[in-house]
Design a protein around this ligand. Structure first.
Ligand SMILES: Cc1cc2nc3c(=O)[nH]c(=O)nc-3n(C[C@H](O)[C@H](O)[C@H](O)COP(=O)(O)O)c2cc1C
Length: 379
């Protein structure tokens, strides 16, 4: 291995005891490929298996924790005990390849399509619809419903434990329900879940506490808990870096293993806040401090990018999203000094070779500009 890539291969022990063998993680990516009833499919197992051989940890696509939280067609669920068998096959397949298996748990809130949720009843913190044509106006959740969803996150965690996963990641990013509660733009409530910033944090922190309680009660081995968030929102009245700083401070006092930033490019500076000469991720790493590792992500393609992301932001861990779809052997190639053979674009004839389920492949190839696709394709 090229010695300059050594920092990517340092093992790290996380706060709750688990050890990761290296610093490269597979980012959570929705693949639309589970069975329509929310059970795990063989195609998705093969897709994860193909990518779990080098990374230290695979974070799965998000799974819905409540029937009202299904956000995508072909999404899998952890909302009932019948799911444990499929989840268990998935966890085993990932772990057999040598990676930790982490289940990303989520509720889509207002982003759910009405035909994916019972009675077309799309719910959120408040009745603020997404800004896209035809988006449903969500129904504000009642307090008992909110408490039930918090419990659902706990129950999904228990199922992840029973299925043999090594941890869960709370999906508090990308505009889904947890974020809808924290954002002043989508949370217009005036009860204990809304109003002040502190109140808007109530729901996210209740979930962290409930998941932590369930882990304490049910997990025999060290079981990871991570939290993912988006640092800023596009809307003028949305989340800003100062909100993110308060979120980080609150999360620091919890028993979490890591924070995970959601970002399209690790180099992006903040839109808001005083310091725009530093990337958002670097600011987040500074705020999180030495004890709470941060996963950096976004447009990391080569090992040089990964080293630059680590050194320019200080993030302890690196997640690869699109790149690990394009190059499943990324870690192995760096490890054996074969980094020049790392592919950074797809060809239209690559689906079978790369073991990508058809619904994900169709999404990739029909969304211009999302993935780099080689023009020289002979497909
Ligand atoms: C196909 C696809 C599906 C995604 N689904 C999820 C998801 O389920 N949960 C999540 O937190 N992020 C999701 N993301 C965002 C990625 O985790 C990652 O943050 C983003 O792709 C930027 O990293 P990259 O440049 O390495 O791809 C998805 C991204 C892609 C490309």
């Amino acid at each position: 291995m090229n010695s300059s890539y050594q920092p990517l291969f340092q093992p790290i022990r996380l706060r709750r005891g688990a050890e990761l063998k290296n610093r490269i993680i597979m980012a959570p990516m929705t693949h639309f490929s589970s069975h329509p009833d929310g059970t795990v499919s063989d195609d998705e197992i093969r897709y994860y298996e193909r990518r779990a051989g080098g990374v230290s940890m695979v974070i799965t696509a998000c799974v819905f924790v409540s029937p009202s939280g299904k956000g995508f067609p072909g999404e899998f669920g952890a909302e009932r005990d019948e799911r444990i068998e499929g989840l268990s096959r998935l966890a085993s397949a990932i772990k057999r390849q040598g990676a930790k298996a982490v289940l990303q748990i989520f509720h889509g809130g207002r982003a759910c399509a009405p035909d994916l949720v019972p009675n077309r009843d799309v719910v959120s913190a408040s009745d603020v619809a997404e800004e896209k044509e035809g988006a449903p106006t969500p129904r504000p959740l009642t307090e008992p419903e909110i408490v039930q969803i918090v419990r659902d996150f706990g129950e999904a965690t228990r199922r992840a434990i029973e299925a043999g996963f090594d941890g869960v990641e709370l999906h508090g990013a990308n505009g889904y329900l947890i974020q809808q509660f924290y954002s002043p733009y989508t949370n217009k409530r005036n009860d204990r879940f809304g109003g002040s910033r502190e109140n808007r944090l109530t729901f996210p922190l209740m979930i962290v506490d409930e998941v932590t309680r369930v882990v304490k009660e049910h997990a025999k081995n060290e079981f990871l808990i991570g939290y993912r968030f988006s640092p800023e929102e596009a809307h003028e009245q949305g989340l800003k870096m100062e909100d993110t700083n308060v979120l980080i401070d609150a999360l620091k006092s919890k028993a979490l293993d890591y924070l995970h930033v959601s970002a399209t490019d690790y180099r992006t500076p903040p839109k808001s806040g005083s310091d725009q000469s530093t990337s958002r991720i670097a600011l987040i790493v500074m705020r999180a401090g030495n004890d709470l590792p941060v996963i950096g992500v976004g447009s990391i393609k080569t090992p040089d990018d990964a080293i630059d992301a680590q050194s320019s932001t200080g993030c302890a861990l690196i997640a690869l999203g699109r790149e690990i779809i394009i190059e499943p052997d990324w870690v192995q190639k760096v490890e054996r000094g074969d980094e020049h053979a790392i592919a950074t674009e797809l060809s239209l004839s690559d689906q079978e070779r790369l073991v990508v389920p058809t619904p994900l492949w169709n999404a990739i190839t029909h969304t211009p500009g999302w993935f780099p696709i080689a023009m020289s394709s002979n497909a």
